[in-house]
Design a protein around this ligand. Structure first.
Ligand SMILES: Cc1ncc(COP(=O)(O)O)c(C=O)c1O
Length: 490
C-alpha cells in the first residue's frame, strides 16, 4: 500500500528501505506476470496508441502504486516485444543477465553521475578499471584507456571525433580547417549507419564516408579498399580514417582487420574498429583469433548491450592512447577543476556530462558469470548460427544469402513456383504478417538490392530445435503469402 506517508526517497531510514523493497516487489510482480507473453503483441499500432493514450502520465494526485503498475502491466508491459522469446530474433539487443538487471536498481538508487570525481568517487575508478580491462582484452597496449557510452552509435561518434581531431587542423577548437573539405573516411558498404551519421555530426558531411565494396560474405574487399585509396590520392582527397567492422549488422561479417590496419598505417589514417557485435568474441579463446588485427586499432567500439547481455545502455569506446581522449576535454570551473590534485574526472573523456554508473551492472554481472561461462554462451550462439545457416541452406523453400559468420542468418523465402519478380514482395509480406500476428519477430533488410530476412541469434537459451520451429512458421507463412500473391497475379 502506498499513501501520503510512504517515503519517496531513500534517506537511510528503515522506513525508506522497506518502501523500496515493497516497490521492487510490486514491480517484480508486474514483470513476472507478463513474462509468458508472445514475442510481439498482436494489437495494431493504432490499438497500442490508444492503450497508451488512455494513460494520464501526470495526475494531480498520487495513485496507488499497485493500481498504477496493474494498469501499466495490462496496457504496456503485456504488449512489449519479448527479447527472451527464441522467436524474437530480428535485432541485436539481447536478453539481459539477471545479475546485471538486478544491479540496475543500485545504479538508479545511488544515482551517481560519472562526470566528476565529486559525484562518483569510487565509481569513477571502477569505470576506469573496467575500460582498462576491456582494452587489455582487445589486445591494446598499456597506454590504452576508454570511456563508457550509451551505445554503439555514441561509441562510433566518439571514435570518429578522435579520428577527425587526429587529422590535425585543430577542428575541436577552431572549427574545421579548409583542408577538411578533402577529408574522407573509408568504411565498408556494410558498415553501420552510425558511421555516416557521425561524419555528419562532425561537420564532415555524410558523403565524406566512402563506401568500400564487400565480398560475397559481406567483408570489406581489400582490393576495393586499395582502389579507393588510389582514387583518393589521385583527386587530392585525404583518407583520415579507415573503419573496420567486426560483425556487420546484417551478415555478421568481420572485415580483414589486419589488412585494414596496414592500409590505415600506410595512409597515416586513424584506424577505428566498430566491434559493437564482434567484441564479445574476445571472450572466447576459440573465437578470438577471428578478430586478429583488432589490437592494432586506434579506437574500438565494444557494445556491451549486444552479445555481452547487458541492459541498454552499456557500450565502451576504447582507445589505444588514452591521451587522445583529451580532444573532448572542455574545462568548467564547477566540474573538472584542475586544482583538485590527482583526481580523475571522467567528463574529460566523454561527450556526455551527466552519465549513468553503468560500469556497476557490467562489473557485477561479468564477475558473477565469469569469462569462461560467457565464452561458452558466445560459442553456443556462433555455433548455433552456423547450424541454422546449414539448416536454411538445406530447405528448398529458403535461400541462404550469405555465409553465417557471427550471429546473423541472412536468407529469403523462395516458395515453389513463384516468379522471381514477386519474391521481394512476398518476403516483405512474410515479415509483416509474422509481426502483425505476434508470432515471430524476424528481421527484414536488403542485401545486394533484394529484400532479405534475417535472424539475429542473441539469446543463449535458444536451441536449434527452437529455430527449426521458427523456420517452419516462416515457411508456412511464405507458402500462404505466395498462394495469395499468385491468385492476385492471375
Ligand atoms: C555494427 C554495429 N555498430 C553500431 C551499432 C549501433 O549500436 P547502438 O544501437 O547500441 O547505438 C549497431 C547496432 O545494431 C551495429 O550493428
Amino acid at each position: 500500500m502506498t499513501g501520503p506517508d510512504t517515503p519517496l526517497f531513500l534517506d537511510g531510514s528503515t522506513a525508506s528501505h522497506d518502501a523500496l523493497r515493497a516497490a521492487v516487489a510490486a514491480v517484480l510482480e508486474a514483470l513476472t506476470s507478463t513474462d509468458h507473453r508472445a514475442p510481439f503483441p498482436s494489437q495494431s499500432p493504432a490499438q497500442l496508441r490508444e492503450l497508451a493514450t488512455g494513460i494520464e502520465p501526470l495526475p494531480d494526485d498520487a495513485e496507488e502504486l499497485g493500481d498504477v503498475l496493474a494498469d501499466v502491466e495490462d496496457r504496456i508491459l503485456a504488449n512489449g516485444a519479448r527479447v527472451t522469446d527464441p522467436s524474437c530474433a530480428a535485432h541485436l539487443h539481447p536478453p539481459t543477465l539477471l545479475t546485471a538487471t538486478a544491479t540496475e536498481l543500485a545504479v538508479a538508487a545511488t544515482n551517481q553521475s560519472m562526470d566528476s570525481f565529486d559525484q562518483a568517487p569510487a565509481a569513477t575508478y571502477l569505470e576506469d578499471r573496467l575500460v582498462s580491462r576491456l582494452a587489455a582484452l582487445a589486445g591494446l597496449p598499456a597506454t590504452a584507456s576508454g570511456v563508457l557510452t550509451a551505445g554503439g552509435t555514441a561509441s562510433n561518434l566518439l571514435g570518429l571525433l578522435l579520428a577527425r581531431d587526429h587529422a590535425g587542423g585543430g577542428a575541436n577548437v577552431d572549427g574545421l580547417p579548409p583542408a577538411a573539405a578533402r577529408w574522407r573516411i573509408l568504411a565498408s558498404m556494410a558498415a553501420h549507419v552510425s558511421v555516416r551519421q557521425a561524419a555528419a555530426v562532425l561537420g564532415l558531411g555524410r558523403d565524406a564516408v566512402i563506401a568500400v565494396a564487400t565480398d560475397d560474405a559481406g567483408r570489406m574487399d581489400v582490393a576495393a579498399l586499395d582502389r579507393c585509396l588510389d582514387g583518393l590520392r589521385q583527386t587530392g582527397a585525404v583518407p583520415i580514417a579507415v573503419v573496420g567492422t567486426a560483425g556487420t549488422t546484417d551478415t555478421g561479417a568481420i572485415d580483414p582487420l589486419d589488412a585494414l590496419a596496414d592500409r590505415a598505417a600506410a595512409a597515416g589514417a586513424w584506424f577505428h574498429v566498430d566491434a559493437a557485435v564482434g567484441s564479445a568474441l574476445l571472450l572466447s579463446d576459440r573465437l578470438r583469433p577471428r578478430l586478429a588485427g583488432l589490437e592494432r586499432a586506434d579506437s574500438v567500439t565494444a557494445d556491451l548491450h549486444k552479445l555481452w547481455w547487458q541492459p541498454i545502455g552499456a557500450s565502451a569506446l576504447l582507445v589505444r592512447d588514452g591521451e587522445t581522449l583529451g580532444s573532448v576535454r572542455e574545462p568548467a570551473d564547477y566540474l573538472n577543476r584542475t586544482d583538485d590534485g590527482d583526481v580523475l574526472n571522467l567528463v574529460d573523456r566523454s561527450l556526455d556530462t551527466s552519465r549513468r554508473f553503468d560500469a556497476l551492472k557490467i562489473v557485477v554481472s561479468l564477475r558473477a558469470t565469469g569469462r569462461r561461462r560467457l565464452a561458452e554462451l558466445v560459442e553456443h550462439l556462433v555455433d548455433l548460427t552456423a547450424a541454422v545457416g546449414a539448416a536454411v541452406g538445406g530447405r528448398a523453400e529458403l535461400e541462404l544469402l550469405a555465409p553465417p559468420q557471427t550471429v546473423m542468418v541472412l536468407f529469403r523465402c523462395r516458395p515453389a513456383g513463384l516468379d522471381d519478380a514477386l519474391l521481394d514482395g512476398v518476403n516483405v509480406d512474410v515479415q509483416r504478417r509474422l509481426l502483425a500476428s505476434g508470432r515471430a519477430v524476424v528481421g527484414r533488410t536488403r542485401h545486394r538490392g533484394r529484400v532479405a530476412l534475417k535472424l539475429t541469434l542473441t539469446n543463449p537459451l535458444t536451441t536449434l530445435a527452437d529455430v527449426a520451429t521458427l523456420l517452419d512458421t516462416v515457411v508456412a507463412t511464405a507458402v500462404d503469402v505466395a498462394r495469395t500473391t499468385k491468385e492476385r497475379a492471375a
